[in-house]
Design a protein around this ligand. Structure first.
Ligand code: HGY
Ligand code: MN
Ligand code: MN
Length: 415
């Protein structure tokens, strides 16, 4: 079986960490100078590894194997959250590079084809999973044209700034592949809590977002009596409170919702705010609880609007991400490799985070492998995993890749 090189793996992961490093984490948002520097470094790494590498017109980096036969696509994303952890996405990208090298170094696997990829903007600076949507042809022109980041920068301007305007965009050659496998940190506490080392992902959550705009009347905080106020922020607090009261009645076991982005204008202590806006994001592994949450929101907004005073406008804040099941056959290959290297220390589990695999799954059989996150922390500079867990996860992935490709290329009729 192919053997990964732990030092080489950790050294490339640490090099990627150094690009955009801040405190213990990384600041490498999509299309930033650090992001594009990391992509150029990765492209060079792919070339040194014998892959034909390309940075496409939305910033996806693809390393394409020159080997014959059915290929396996392996990777993740190298862009980060605004205050990101060093492993979110980066782990799967460098695993992809290391799996290519490990299989190339083993006589039994050197002729197998592994393509390595880093998708762009998985972290939704402009559009969640922009790169994998573009690669699979599911990025609508309307969504792309309307994409603006939190600072008001348009996607078209960011593309031009990054030197990508007019660069051809890659499209997935689905027939080339036996499937796609993404390795990722769990970003939650389950593996650490159970003492397990590998997660074989069964499904990836679906996600929806609603933006609320509250319009009242700005006024003096001393002379405007309470009965006469049209206070946009007070209505925001009321809606947020009632969502937290009502959602648990409709929630499933793993339904989550977050109101992590809001604005109050003019955000001054002696002014009754006339404007406020709030983003609500909610997730579940199936559509039913998400539909129920949407019905609750519609009822609350209608009720508050019927009162008058402050109006609420509710619109989708992002393209919904549907819940996705992972391919059972690929899961089996990962599970067998996990049993070989971590006997009894692995489990099937859902993913509470969304991932590029959720979009690639519409075009290819797809699967994911998790490693433990220390303290279950992610999307924070404190995000971290143990070196031994990082190394073990990569070895399991290399074995799984080899067995997936051996099976795919043994199948009758594979040229
Ligand atoms: O938010 C997510 O689930 C992903 O980590 N971007
Ligand atoms: Mn991620
Ligand atoms: Mn993330």
């Amino acid at each position: 079986m192919p053997a990964i090189d732990p030092e080489r793996l950790l050294s490339d992961l640490r090099h990627l960490r150094s690009i955009g490093a801040q405190d213990r984490g990384v600041v490498r948002p999509a299309f930033s100078a650090a992001d594009m520097e990391a992509r150029r470094w990765l492209k060079k790494r792919y070339e040194e590894t014998g892959l034909e590498s390309t940075i496409d017109g939305v910033g996806n980096v693809l390393g394409r194997s020159r080997n014959p036969g059915k290929a396996l696509l392996v990777g993740s994303h190298s862009d980060t959250q605004p205050t990101g952890g060093w492993l979110d996405g980066a782990l799967g990208v460098i695993y992809g590079l290391e799996v290519v090298r490990a299989l190339a170094a083993d006589d039994a696997t050197r002729t197998l084809a592994v393509d390595a990829v880093s998708f762009q903007d998985e972290e939704s600076r402009f559009v969640g999973c922009l790169g994998s949507r573009s690669l699979t042809g599911t990025l609508s022109p309307e969504v792309e044209q309307g994409a603006v980041d939190n600072g008001g920068v348009r996607l078209a301007d960011a593309l031009r700034e990054a030197g990508l305007a007019g660069v051809p965009r890659l499209r997935l050659e689905a027939a080339r592949y036996a499937g796609f496998v993404e390795a990722h940190i769990e970003q939650g506490p389950d593996l650490e809590d159970t003492g397990r080392k590998i997660g074989v992902v069964s499904s990836i959550v679906g996600l929806r977002g609603i933006r609320f705009v509250f319009r009242g009347q700005q006024n003096h905080a001393g002379t405007t009596m309470m009965a006469r106020r049209r206070d946009a922020a007070t209505t925001l607090y009321e809606l947020a409170h009632r969502i937290n009261q009502e959602f648990p009645k409709a929630a499933g076991e793993r339904t989550v919702w977050t109101m992590g982005r809001l604005r109050v204008t003019p955000n001054a202590t002696s002014i009754v705010p006339g404007y406020a806006d709030l983003d609500l994001q909610f997730r579940d592994a199936s559509d039913a609880p998400l539909d129920a949450c949407e019905r609750i929101v519609a009822r609350l907004v209608a009720e508050i609007n019927a009162r008058g005073g402050v109006s609420i406008e509710a619109t989708p804040s992002r393209t919904p991400i549907p819940p996705t099941r992972m391919d059972a056959g690929l899961q089996e290959h990962i599970a067998r490799a996990a049993e070989r290297h971590a006997p009894g220390k692995w489990q099937h589990m859902p993913s509470g985070a969304f991932h590029d695999a959720g979009f690639i799954a519409a075009s290819l059989p797809s699967a994911m492998l998790f490693i433990p996150s220390i303290g279950g922390i992610s999307h924070d500079f404190a995000e971290d995993s143990r070196d031994e867990d990082i190394v073990l996860g990569c070895q399991v992935l290399a074995d799984a890749a080899a067995s997936i490709l051996a099976a795919a290329n043994a199948a009758p009729g594979v040229q």
